[in-house]
Design a protein around this ligand. Structure first.
Ligand code: KIV
Length: 290
C-alpha cells in the first residue's frame, strides 16, 4: 500500500509545496517549445530515491525514475529484469522527495508491449501507486497505437527512441544508432509517429548528432537528448553516471563530480579510525547525567 499522496503536492494540505518551488506541469513543459524553438532547455536527471530527489529537485524540470535503476541500484546486467513492483516503489519515493519537478516513471520491459490494454493497466498502476505525472515507454511507430490509447485515457506519455536499451537483444548492443540512411529514416519516422500519437515529449538516445538535430527541428514536442546533441530541446543523464560513481560509463557521459572517490575516501577514513579506536570520539558517545 503506497503512502504517497496522489494529489499534486502543490495543492495538498498534507504535503504543501514550499513557496518558491511550485511543481511544474507537463503542459508548461510542452509550452516551452514554440514555433519549433525551445528558449529554455529542459533539464532532466534520473532519480531513484527520496533523498536523491530532494537534492536534485530544485535544479531540474523533470526527474526520471528510469528503469536504469536495474543496473545502477540492483546490479542487474540490463534493464530487462526490472519489475513493475520496483518501478512503483522507487517512483513513490521520488515523488515523496520532490516538490518542483515533473516526475516521470519508466514502464519496465514486459509491462506494456503486448497490447494497449496491458499498457493502460500497468501505467494506471504506476500513476496510482506513485503519484507521478506521466510514464515513459520505449519504441516508435510500433508503440503509436498504445501511446494514443494511454493519452486519450489521461496518461501523459514520454516516448524513447533511437538506442532503446530494452531492445538490446534486437539491436545487438548499445552502439550509436543512425549511422545508415535506413536507421536515420527509421528514427525520423518513429519520432513523427509518436508525436502524432500524442506523446508530450521524446527521449532520443545514442544517435549521431545530425539525426538528433533533424529530429529536434522536425517534431513539435520537446526532444530530450542523451548521447545526442546540445541542439536538442533538453538533456538527460543518469545521475550516478554524471556524479562519477561508476568507472565504466558511455562516451556521452560527462562526469561533474568524483563521488566514487569521495565515498571510497570516507570509508577508508572511517575504517582507519575504527581500527585505531579513534571513532567514536567524545562527541559521539553518551555519558550518564551528572
Ligand atoms: O532508464 C533510464 O535511465 C533512461 C534514461 C537513460 C533516458 O531511460
Amino acid at each position: 500500500m503506497s503512502t504517497t499522496y496522489t494529489l499534486d503536492t502543490s495543492t495538498s494540505r498534507a504535503n504543501p509545496t514550499p513557496a518558491p518551488l511550485k511543481r511544474l506541469t507537463i503542459p508548461a513543459l510542452q509550452a516551452r517549445k514554440q514555433g519549433g524553438q525551445t528558449a529554455q532547455p529542459v533539464v532532466m536527471l534520473t532519480a531513484y530515491t527520496a533523498r536523491q530527489a530532494q537534492l536534485l529537485d530544485s535544479h531540474c524540470d523533470i526527474l526520471l525514475v528510469g528503469d536504469s535503476l536495474g543496473q545502477v541500484i540492483y546490479g542487474l546486467p540490463s534493464t530487462l529484469p526490472v519489475s513493475l513492483d520496483m518501478m512503483c516503489a522507487h517512483g513513490a519515493a521520488v515523488v515523496r522527495g520532490s516538490y518542483h519537478s515533473v516526475v516521470i516513471v519508466d514502464m519496465p520491459f514486459g509491462s506494456y508491449e503486448a497490447s494497449p490494454q496491458q499498457a493502460f493497466d500497468s501505467a494506471s498502476r504506476i500513476m496510482k501507486e506513485t503519484g507521478c505525472a506521466g510514464v515513459k515507454l520505449e519504441g516508435g511507430e510500433a508503440m503509436a497505437e498504445t501511446i494514443s490509447f494511454l493519452c486519450q485515457r489521461g496518461i501523459p506519455v514520454m516516448a524513447h527512441i533511437g538506442l532503446t536499451p530494452q531492445a538490446v537483444n534486437m539491436l545487438g548492443g548499445y552502439g550509436a544508432r543512425g549511422r545508415s540512411q535506413k536507421e536515420q529514416d527509421k528514427i525520423l519516422s518513429d519520432g513523427r509517429a509518436i508525436a502524432d500519437a500524442g506523446a508530450f515529449s521524446v527521449v532520443v538516445e545514442g544517435v549521431v548528432e545530425p539525426i538528433a538535430i533533424a529530429l529536434t527541428q522536425a517534431l513539435p514536442i520537446p526532444v530530450i537528448g542523451i548521447g545526442a546533441s546540445a541542439q536538442c530541446d533538453g538533456q538527460v543523464l543518469v545521475t550516478e553516471d554524471m556524479l562519477g560513481l561508476f568507472d565504466r560509463v558511455p562516451r556521452f557521459v560527462k562526469r561533474y563530480a568524483d563521488m566514487a572517490g569521495l565515498i571510497s575516501g570516507a570509508a577508508q577514513l572511517y575504517a582507519d579510525e575504527v581500527r585505531a579506536r579513534q571513532f567514536p570520539g567524545e562527541e559521539q558517545v553518551y555519558q550518564p547525567k551528572k
